[in-house]
Design a protein around this ligand. Structure first.
Ligand code: PLP
Length: 232
């Protein structure tokens, strides 16, 4: 874990480079609860995690005014653990998952804010709706019955590449889709207003291309030691 001053300093640097209307989600996955607390003490209140168990453990250990965002691939059988408290799920990538979040939210008398994750990268390994499938699902109108969720916008991850032009094109494409949906199926609701794109390596480009929510981990907390679950 990197030092206390370092986390506060990294946060200050990242924040100073972001326009005021861009929400910073500090991605604390694999880092201990103590690291989250350092960031909290430096004023950060929005944190992102990608594993349900780790998210729940940190939620329980840390102050209750933190907004917890689920940013990683979510299995339907894990939704129930997050439903009582999660603020925003960025990674709704299927009609089935949307339906599960809806049902679990209603069990807790909640409406859960979600983003629809769209696959914009060329890599097959990346998750998300294919654009055509997403448009077909929205066209069907089926989402309107899901009263336990509120669709707040889109999320996407660009290709992991040095090719900045390609990353920019991918972000631009997602912004184009976001604008189309905002003026189309979601034009009647004011709630479709979140475009989550940009990570440590590419958030500058993402913001230039219209992101208003960036998910930044290593730039704040340092390199992750493993891709696996962290010990808390
Ligand atoms: C880990 C992760 C991030 C943050 O990645 P960094 O490169 O460490 O900033 C952002 N989004 C998602 C979906 C992630 O899984």
């Amino acid at each position: 874990m990197i030092g206390k001053m370092q986390i506060a300093e990294n946060l200050a640097q990242v924040r100073s480079g972001l326009p005021g209307d861009v929400t910073l989600v500090a991605v604390s996955k694999t880092h201990p609860a103590e690291a989250v607390r350092e960031a909290y003490e430096a004023g950060q209140r929005v944190f992102g995690e990608n594993r349900p168990q780790e998210l729940v453990a940190k939620y329980e250990a840390l102050p209750k005014d933190i907004e917890w965002h689920m940013i990683g691939t979510l299995q339907t059988n894990k939704v129930k653990y997050l439903a009582p408290f999660v603020t925003l799920i960025h990674s709704v990538d299927s009609a089935r998952l949307a339906g599960t979040v809806h049902r679990e939210a209603l069990k807790h008398g909640r409406v859960i804010d979600v983003l629809l994750e769209v696959r914009i990268a060329a890599e097959e390994t990346k998750h998300g709706w294919d654009e055509g499938e997403l448009l077909a699902w929205l066209e069907s109108g089926a989402y309107r019955d899901l009263t336990g969720i509120r669709i707040r916008g889109l999320m996407g991850m660009a290709s992991f590449t040095e090719d900045r032009a390609r990353v920019r094109r991918e972000f631009r494409r997602l912004k184009g889709l976001f604008d189309r949906l905002k003026d189309g199926p979601f034009r009647d609701g004011a709630a479709f207003d979140r475009l989550s794109m940009g990570m440590s390596g590419d958030y500058g480009l993402a913001v230039e291309e219209g992101s208003n929510m960036v998910r930044i981990g290593s730039r704040i907390f340092g390199q992750r030691e493993t891709a696996g679950p962290a010990a808390l």
